[in-house]
Design a protein around this ligand. Structure first.
Ligand code: 9MR
Length: 380
């Protein structure tokens, strides 16, 4: 470990101690997991450095604050199954062992997605699209091998990720083009077959938007009517300071709850930077050119924006807590601001502030605000 890493790890420990002292004085819980222990588990997406113990500062925060983990990238198809018949389980095994060591609720992300899936999955040796049966068999083998390996150890899988367009129609992914609409049902069936106890989630972004929400509600209704074992819907929660409104978030959770599925907030982060596009989206293929106007806080976040972010986080956790009968997990998509994908999407190299811990691992105002909401929920 370098001197710098040691110093920052030391600072994180000191910060944790200060939070404990301050909270003890105010008789507030000191961790997110404690603050929400009567409501839902609170998770973080963790990266390979954290899984393999190379980010001690990050690990100290994860272990102190969270009781659930999601793998930010290591279980995606291109990482775990990069070539036909070749699986790479070294880091995923460490991921699951990490969660077990700390008694966490362990999430698997994700089995069937249009992104981060290698091109060979859809092609034959000549480079043409394979037929439906071949692709179904590849999907089955993948799910059986990956879910089967962690049967009884990964408690919840994101089975199908981002199958919908913004207008609520089904995305014309290679899965859809080759297999047809029932690729979604098949993926859930295969996952259930591989681990009948696991929770199985349909996961997507912007489900707060009316058209996409309608499409998702119709999809879940169809799946449930056909007896497909979908147990929860993941609202990713890549949100902004301004929207969607808390009322919309509230309605969205209620709408899905009515279908008899649990709701998880699966990838929460709140962007404070100027939107680079008109649309509220988390489409990974979107790329926007660098522009200083789009990166106004390169030298630090003004206190007024910290406060706005804290209020926004508190309002949203208020809604999640209100729905604690159906919301079973809230997962932040990253640990500190330095880790967040938001620094590089949709514009590369911005300085983003979407999470509860800052670049040096210190808790932000938003952290205190979220703890306070949890503490109030607990005593209600
Ligand atoms: O956070 C992930 C980032 O490190 C990857 O580069 C990116 C590539 O696709 O995926 C990010 O995570 C995505 C998640 O898997 C699915 N929903 C949207 C997330 C943010 O793009």
């Amino acid at each position: 470990m370098s001197t710098k890493t040691r110093t920052t790890a030391g600072l994180a420990v000191l910060a944790a101690l200060l939070i404990t002292l301050a909270a003890a004085a105010a008789q507030e819980p000191t961790s997110l997991k404690e603050a929400y222990k009567n409501a839902f588990v609170v998770g973080a997406a963790i990266n390979a450095l954290q899984i393999t113990g190379q980010d001690r500062r990050g690990d100290a925060i994860i272990e102190a604050q969270f009781n659930s983990i999601s793998p930010e990238n290591v279980l995606k198809w291109e990482n775990v199954h990069p070539a036909p018949g070749t699986y790479s389980f070294e880091v995923p095994d460490q991921y699951v062992a990490y969660g077990e060591k700390h008694h966490m609720f362990i999430v698997g992300h994700c089995l069937v997605w249009h992104s981060q899936v290698p091109a060979w999955v859809f092609r034959d040796e000549k480079g043409s699209f394979v037929d439906r049966e071949t692709l179904l068999k590849r999907m089955h083998d993948h799910i059986q091998t990956v879910v089967g390996r962690y049967k009884g150890r990964i408690q919840s899988w994101d089975v199908v990720n981002e199958a919908l367009n913004e207008d609520g129609t089904l995305r014309q992914s290679s899965w859809m083009k080759i297999i047809g609409e029932d690729y979604i049902a098949k993926a859930f069936q295969y996952a259930h077959e591989a681990d009948p106890q696991a929770q199985l989630t349909y996961n997507d972004y912007s489900l707060e938007n009316e058209a996409k929400r309608k499409g998702a509600l119709a999809l879940i209704t169809r799946l449930k009517a056909a007896g497909i074992p979908v147990t929860s819907v993941g609202l990713q929660g890549h949100l902004g300071l301004q929207g969607p409104s808390v009322e919309t978030e509230d309605d969205t959770i209620s709408d899905f709850a009515k279908l008899g599925v649990k709701v998880v907030i699966s990838e929460l982060d709140i962007d404070v930077l100027p939107p680079a596009t008109q649309q509220q989206t988390a489409d990974v293929s979107l790329k926007v050119e660098q522009d200083a106007k789009l990166n106004p806080y390169a030298n630090g976040l003004p206190q007024s924006v910290q406060q706005e972010l804290a209020k926004r986080y508190a309002d949203l956790f208020g809604v999640f807590s209100k729905h604690r009968d159906v919301v079973t997990r809230v997962t932040l998509w990253g640990v500190t601001d330095a880790d967040s994908w938001r620094n590089n999407w949709p514009v590369k190299g911005r300085t983003s502030y979407p999470l509860l811990f800052d670049r040096s691992g210190q808790p932000k105002l938003a952290f205190q605000a979220v703890i306070r909401v949890g503490a109030n929920t607990k005593t209600e």
